[in-house]
Each structure stands twice: as structure tokens, then as C-alpha cells.
Design a protein around this ligand. Structure first.
Ligand code: ATP
Ligand code: MG
Length: 472
């Protein structure tokens, strides 16, 4: 077996197991390991950080360990392992069928290995596969992908929206619910739909002009934007792009732009989705990108829904939003990974913490630290223990207006769900004010709507209830 045969074999194995071909970095790692190269050399040659290459390599060996039913596959022995397997176990090795020892293609597929898709973090221009068109990726601003469970239906919805040429997608949800993780997974699935993919976080609140310059620079292959084209567009640009130079690039290439942490450009102590002074032009930018004709897509990840989205979105419109809820039973994997005891109690824990993966991770660590992994001991306390969640929730509550705080405190004291047609006297809000406030709390994913006898009632989750009760 030479290195090319090994690559073909492992690629086939990866495809059968995960549904995805090896990407260029995984191939480079395999080639490097075959030639006894160090991770450092592979990283230098491939223009990546050594840490990242090691991580991708580690995941690849893990995948091969499961696929080859051999726990000890690693960089040092991969060549030997593959050569041994080639002679002793592979009964048929071709394009359509693979049988490795007792492990068939179907068995491998059913193993459902959770293999986070390695993302191109450091490279600017890269061919991601020999047969696929070139995709230019800049994910330097995105976090590393991590373990990822399920979200199949959300991924299908997002993929359909993208294939259906939706121009603006907003993914909404509380901190930790998994907006960033979901979008990283989405990119790995749809990257070949696009010529350019760029991820930017708005955590440092960049003014729109500098964000636009940055995005255009990327779409120009790293060539800086001539100053006049941004501040005073050339006449022909002005006519066709409505004063938005980026539009020219979104028309000539299919680009995917992801803006993360969008809530940072909204004001605190104002109703949800109100821009900070100086950032109002973002609203016009989102509107223009939705209404102008182009084949690109902008994805916003936010705690709060931008105000204009509500007016722009619709089933047959190119603007959609996805309210991200918690994970279902698949969240049990988080507890399995953390080594918690009593699996029969895990679903109660998932319900209480609304399937929020970050909250579940925090709580699982807490149960390990304080109760030696015993979920029933943790659940035996009358009050819900929040621990490190308090500071996370504080970031959300810090943003509320005084009226929102009043309304949510009322919901916290209402045991089941509240009927807003029956406003209590101590709540000094008129019916129209209360409606506005409830809408805003909904746009912040803090309030849930339930139907009772055909009427909408409002409620809050147990964690939020506990937080507000403790605050008093
Ligand atoms: N589907 C999932 N399976 C396993 N872990 C997940 C999943 N989704 C998210 N996580 C984990 O939960 C944590 C929070 O996820 P993520 O950062 O994507 O949340 P977020 O909604 O982007 O939060 P924020 O608004 O604060 O940025 C991360 O550690 C992530 O790896
Ligand atoms: Mg995030």
C-alpha cells in the first residue's frame, strides 16, 4: 500500500462513517504521518497553527480507531496499522463496497461517530477538495468547533433556506443555546454552495463602515479597498448598489457572511433590538441586503432580534429567523461525556435546564464537583442550584428596561403561566405597554408562550424563575 492508496482507503472509510470526504488538512496530516513528519512541519507546510493541526489529527486517529476497531491508532503507527489491515482484514476494497474484518459499511455508519468538522481557521485561500470548486474561507474570528450532537432538523431547515436563496437569516437564542456551534456545523455542510465564506464577531462593536471595508477586502482576495470607493462610491457603483459597495461583491460571487454576537450593537435598558447610537445604519444595511437582488447570504447570530427583521421576514420572503431552543434527549451525551451517574434521572435535568448545552455542561460539572456525580442528590434540593449560571443570566438581565424587569418579576411569581389580559394592579403598565414589553421579552428569548383554552399565556423557564426569585 502506498500513500495514495492509503489516502483513498481512509477517505472511503471517512465517507462511509461520517458521510463526508477527508478535507485537505486531514489528507495533509495523513500524508505527513505516512512520511513521519512532525505536526509542526505539517502545520508550517499547510499554513496552520500546530495546536489546530494536532487537534484535527487527534480526531482523525479517533475516527480511524473506531472504524478499524483498534483503540491504538495514532500518528506514530498509522502507516503500520493501515498496511497490516490492508493484508489481514480487507476482503473487498473498491468504490462501492467495503468490508473491513467483521465491520461492514453499514456497521460503521451506524456507529455515528461525532466528528466535529475541522474548519479552515488560518488559511485565506484554499482548495478544500481536488474535485470541488475553490471556496475562500476566513473563519479566523470563529471559535474552534467542538463536540456536536444532533440539531438535524435545524440544520435541514437552514440548509433549505440557503438553497432556496434566502438572503438574511437570523439565528436567535439565549447565551449558550448553541447558535455558534450550529452555524459552524452548517458551514461544514454547505460550504461548497459558496465562493467566499467569512465569519466576523461584532463583540467589539465595529462601526459598519469598518466592517464593510473588512468584508470587501476579503472578497477582493486580501487587496485593500481603495478609500474613495467606500466613502464616496464611484458613480457607476452608486447607481447599481444604492451606495452599498459590498453589494457589488455579493452579486459577482456567492458569499456567505456570518456576523456573530450581534446583540453587542444593541442598547441596554431599551426594548430588544434597538441600536446603540451610531449603529443605526446596521438596520438599513440588513434591510438593503435583504431587499437587493444578489445570491449571497448573511447570517446573524444574536440574543435579540433586530427590529427591522420582524417586518422583513416571512415564509415566501428572503428573510427568515430561527429561534433556537434547547437540545432534546441527545443532550444526555453531555452527561455521558462528563461521567454522571443515574442515566434514568438525566431527562429531568435536561427539562429543568431547558436543554441549553452550556447550562447542562456547567450543571454536570457542578454535580461532579459537589455530589460525586449523583444526579438524585442534586435534584433532592428544594431550590434549583444555579452556581456559575448566575453570572451568565446577569448579562441578559442587565439589558432589560425597568418595565421588562417588572413584567418578568410578575411572571416569576405566577406559578403556572400568566394571562396578560388580567394585569395585576401592582404592575404599573397599561395593556399596550405590557404587550410591547412581552414582545420585547420574547425577542430576547426570555419568555415562552403557551396556549391555554385557545388563549396565549406567558411563562418563563425554571432557571430564569429561580434567578429572578433569588434576586429579590
Ligand atoms: N449541539 C450541541 N452538542 C454539543 N454541545 C453543544 C451543542 N451546541 C452547543 N454546544 C456547546 O455548548 C456551548 C455553548 O454553545 P455556543 O457557544 O454555540 O452557544 P451560543 O448560543 O453561541 O452562545 P452565545 O450567545 O453566548 O455566543 C459550547 O461549549 C458548545 O460547544
Ligand atoms: Mg455564540
Amino acid at each position: 500500500m502506498d500513500v495514495e492508496e492509503a489516502l483513498e482507503f481512509v477517505d472511503h472509510l471517512a465517507l462511509t462513517t461520517t458521510g463526508k470526504h477527508l478535507d485537505s488538512l486531514q489528507k495533509a496530516i495523513l500524508r505527513g504521518a505516512w512520511d513521519n513528519q512532525k505536526y509542526k512541519e505539517i502545520a508550517q507546510h499547510h499554513n496552520r497553527s500546530e495546536k489546530y493541526v494536532k487537534e484535527v489529527g487527534f480526531k482523525l486517529w479517533k475516527l480511524l480507531s473506531v472504524a478499524l476497531e483498534d483503540e491504538e491508532v495514532c500518528k506514530a503507527n498509522i502507516r503500520e496499522k493501515l498496511q497490516n489491515w490492508r493484508f489481514s482484514n480487507i476482503s473487498c476494497f473498491g468504490k462501492d463496497y467495503i468490508q473491513i474484518g467483521s465491520v461492514s459499511a453499514e456497521t460503521l455508519h451506524s456507529l455515528k461517530i461525532s466528528q466535529p468538522e475541522p474548519q479552515d481557521k488560518d488559511r485565506f485561500n484554499e482548495k478544500t477538495s481536488n474535485s470541488e470548486p475553490e471556496v475562500h474561507l476566513d473563519l479566523a474570528d470563529a471559535p474552534e468547533p467542538n463536540l456536536f450532537y444532533n440539531r438535524t432538523s435545524e440544520l435541514t431547515t437552514l440548509e433549505n433556506w440557503i438553497l432556496g436563496r434566502t438572503r438574511l437569516i437570523t439565528i436567535l437564542g439565549l447565551s449558550g443555546i448553541g447558535k455558534t456551534a450550529l452555524t459552524l456545523q452548517l458551514i461544514s455542510q454547505i460550504q461548497h454552495e459558496f465562493d467566499y465564506i467569512i465569519w466576523r464577531s461584532l463583540r467589539n462593536s465595529p462601526p459598519l463602515a469598518s466592517l464593510q471595508t473588512d468584508l470587501i477586502k476579503f472578497c477582493r482576495g486580501g487587496v485593500p479597498v481603495p478609500a474613495p470607493s467606500l466613502s464616496a462610491p464611484y458613480p457607476e457603483e452608486r447607481a447599481s448598489t444604492g451606495g452599498l459597495p459590498l453589494l457589488e461583491y455579493l452579486r459577482s460571487h456567492r458569499c456567505l457572511i456570518i456576523l456573530d454576537d450581534v446583540q453587542t450593537i444593541f442598547s441596554s435598558q431599551q426594548l430588544a433590538g434597538n441600536y446603540q447610537p451610531g449603529y443605526e445604519n446596521y438596520g438599513a444595511f440588513f434591510k438593503q441586503l435583504t431587499e437587493s437582488s444578489h445570491n449571497s447570504c448573511l447570517i446573524l447570530l444574536s440574543w435579540e432580534k433586530p427590529r427591522e427583521i420582524a417586518a422583513l421576514e416571512g415564509e415566501n420572503r428572503p428573510c427568515k429567523s430561527l429561534q433556537l431552543n434547547g437540545l432534546g434527549p441527545e443532550a444526555q451525551e453531555i452527561f455521558r461525556e462528563k461521567g454522571l451517574a443515574e442515566p434514568e434521572k438525566w431527562s429531568a435535568l435536561i427539562d429543568l435546564y431547558r436543554g441549553n448545552p452550556l447550562w447542562l455542561n456547567i450543571v454536570a460539572t457542578l454535580i461532579q464537583d459537589l455530589f460525586g456525580g449523583s444526579v438524585s442528590e442534586f435534584l433532592s434540593y428544594d431550590t434549583l442550584f444555579l452556581g456559575d449560571l448566575e453570572s451568565l443570566l446577569h448579562q441578559h438581565f442587565d439589558r432589560l428596561t425597568a418595565s421588562e424587569q417588572q413584567a418578568i418579576a410578575w411572571l416569576a411569581t405566577t406559578p403556572e403561566s400568566a394571562d396578560i389580559s388580567k394585569i395585576p394592579e401592582n404592575l404599573q403598565l397599561s395593556p399596550p405597554e405590557l404587550l410591547k414589553v412581552m414582545q420585547s421579552l420574547g425577542r430576547r428569548s426570555l419568555v415562552e408562550t403557551v396556549k391555554q383554552n385557545g388563549r396565549s399565556h406567558f411563562t418563563i423557564g425554571p432557571v430564569i424563575r429561580e434567578y429572578i426569585t433569588n434576586k429579590k
